[in-house]
Design a protein around this ligand. Structure first.
Ligand SMILES: Nc1nc2c(c(=O)[nH]1)N[C@H]1C(S)=C(S)[C@@H](COP(=O)(O)O)O[C@H]1N2
Ligand SMILES: [Mo]
Length: 255
């Protein structure tokens, strides 16, 4: 228990100078001590995050990067709203953080780019049977969530995307995903705005997509606009925690 607790402290401290500068003393926050308490009741996902030799997803070297990173799922959201964002170089794109938080946030891309960044070369695994190694740069999600101050009952983080999936009979059905708080706070979980040292292309989720490196491809939402902390996701979408989950994929998408 003590080792895990220290690991989490180190992981969080390493992920942000905001944390290092002591602006957020996580150990004083009820939601954080709650999270530590939950470590005793680990889900399968949290096991990967906190325990054992595979606490971090493997990271690779520059030579391993695929010459072309394959794109999958939505390649362009195709809405008038999104086209306007492309035309203005995403100047007005924001990510809001709300739900069970004490300090709701609305972050511009500028603000996200100014946060401490992390770069990681990782392997993306899609359940359709392909993998690709790429270099992702982005803002770690942990300090963003810390700044929003999750309430003690917050357990999951929902990511809402800008691409409609045009499900039959449901014109308002957009891609969405969710992670538990532990996976969301993992040091390799970032709001990524660069791929292979270039601004994120539209096909890969411009201007910003989530990378949660212990997770399968469908758990990496592109075109993220809204983040919501919730106690459970039974009343969101089809109730299973994600677009693909609602269609039968398992919610736990750990590798
Ligand atoms: N918004 C959104 N996010 C998404 C998808 C999508 O269709 N829409 N597809 C998912 C799937 S199944 C995979 S494999 C990856 C593909 O990411 P890539 O296009 O950058 O390779 O994005 C995931 N995130
Ligand atoms: Mo996928």
């Amino acid at each position: 228990m003590t080792d895990r607790r220290n690991f989490l402290r180190r992981a969080l401290a390493g992920s942000s100078t905001l944390l290092l500068s002591g602006c957020y003393d996580l150990s004083q926050k009820p939601w954080f001590t709650g999270l530590l308490g939950q470590v005793e009741h680990l889900t399968q996902a949290a096991q990967h995050v906190f325990a054992g030799p595979h606490a971090l997803a493997p990271e690779y070297s520059k030579q391993d990067i695929a010459p072309v990173f394959r794109a999958n799922g939505t390649l362009d959201p195709g809405t008038a709203d999104y086209a306007a964002h492309v035309a203005s170089q995403f100047r007005n794109w924001r990510i809001t953080v709300g739900g069970l938080v004490s300090h709701p946030l609305s972050l511009s891309m500028d603000a996200i780019r100014k946060m401490p960044a992390r770069t990681q070369i990782t392997r993306h695994d899609c359940v359709e049977g392909w993998s690709c190694i790429g270099e992702w740069t982005g803002a770690p999600l942990a300090p963003v969530l810390a700044a929003a101050e999750p309430k003690p009952n917050a357990r999951y983080v929902i990511f809402y995307c800008a691409d409609p999936m045009t499900a039959e009979g449901d014109p308002e059905h957009y891609y969405y995903e969710s992670l538990d708080l532990a996976e969301a706070m993992h040091p390799q979980t970032i709001l990524a705005y660069r791929l292979n040292n270039q601004d994120l292309p539209v096909a890969h989720g411009a201007p910003v997509r989530l990378r949660a490196e212990r997770q399968l491809g469908y758990k990496q939402p592109k075109y993220v606009q809204r983040i919501e902390l919730v106690e459970d996701f039974s009343r969101i979408g089809g109730g299973k925690g994600g677009y693909w989950e609602d269609l039968g994929y398992t919610w736990y998408g750990g590798i």
